[in-house]
Design a protein around this ligand. Sequence first.
Ligand code: CA
Length: 400
Amino acid sequence: MTRTWVEGAAGSMFDLDNLPYGVFTRGGEEPRVGVRIGELVLDVAPVAAAEMLDVHHVFEESSLNPLMAEGRQVRESLRRWLTGLLSDETERDLVEPHLVPLDDVELLLPVEVADYVDFYASLEHATNVGRIFRPEAEALLPNWRHLPVGYHGRAGTVVASGTDVVRPCGQRKPPDADAPTYGPSARLDIESELGFVVGTPSRLGARVPTTGFADHVFGVLGLNDWSARDIQAWEYVPLGPFLGKSFATSVSQWVTPLEALDAAWVDLPGQDPEPLGYLTEGSPRGLDIDIEVELNGEVVSRPSYASMYWSPAQMLAHLTVNGASLRTGDLFASGTVSGPERDQRGSFLEISWGGQEPFGDGHTFLQDGDTVTLRYTAPGTGGGRISLGDVTGTILPARP
Ligand code: CA
């Protein structure tokens, strides 16, 4: 692999084979686009201007949307340009003054989220939730193996990692109660997920095939779909998740471009029955991404994305099969990543089995002051591993 001249970056999880994009501000300056290398952020705009790049203006923006809208070819050529800048010694004098220590910047929400869709693509998660929410019925509903089930979420409450989460209030009705009551959620939870962000839009009326994934999706982020299980359990029939989910969704501050995941594609675990033709063109694949769920500094679970039933390309194809168009900044998430073992489950609902089986220091659901951090790693194209960044958040008391 080409070697970087940036000190401390070679062999780290933020080496040349990663190069994620984010939006940063420093000392009250206007936000702009940065690229992470090692423990530094490259302030791209002045370098791109000095080198008279056609698209230099996209780095002066306060979100990645204009950059993402440039499309796949620009994304790929920028990656080659950045790799050259950070590996070629002759570029060092130009570039080095624009490398800023991470500690000196504030990282912001990287994407102006357009529409937000959340899927439900883990067989183990869907089965576990079915068993916990509907113990007397079939765990999986009849549609689940035929289409990637999803719902439209709330784009305006997607927040950057590090944002505190206020415990939501709402209606809760335990199964044995006669009537609902209003108050703070007593069953606040996480969902460890992966998010995919769209760069290139599509036309209204035209579907995006599974083979069009890399043409439309810019990159990947870590995502925590905070969930109030008591609010959710009472409200979700028959139209699906609503206020139990919409109060906050946290995403990583870095967006990992698709090309950094070239070595992470793996075959799906297997689909039975074979899905309809529009979901199988080009034999869509899954991603080998490992997640660590950390509660107050202790790892409580290690979900593996490779176990997911539905491919992200199938999610995108299904999302658009009716002709619904994509916009730059659209975000779709995988749904909770859960594996078959207890220590691979991606939500506290599942780890504690509906609150019946406390884990760790006696936890079931989230308490005020708890901090949850999701960490994501994947095989890099250089033979080591890359980090997709962290997603962290701390629970603040309710404001009834
Ligand atoms: Ca979810």
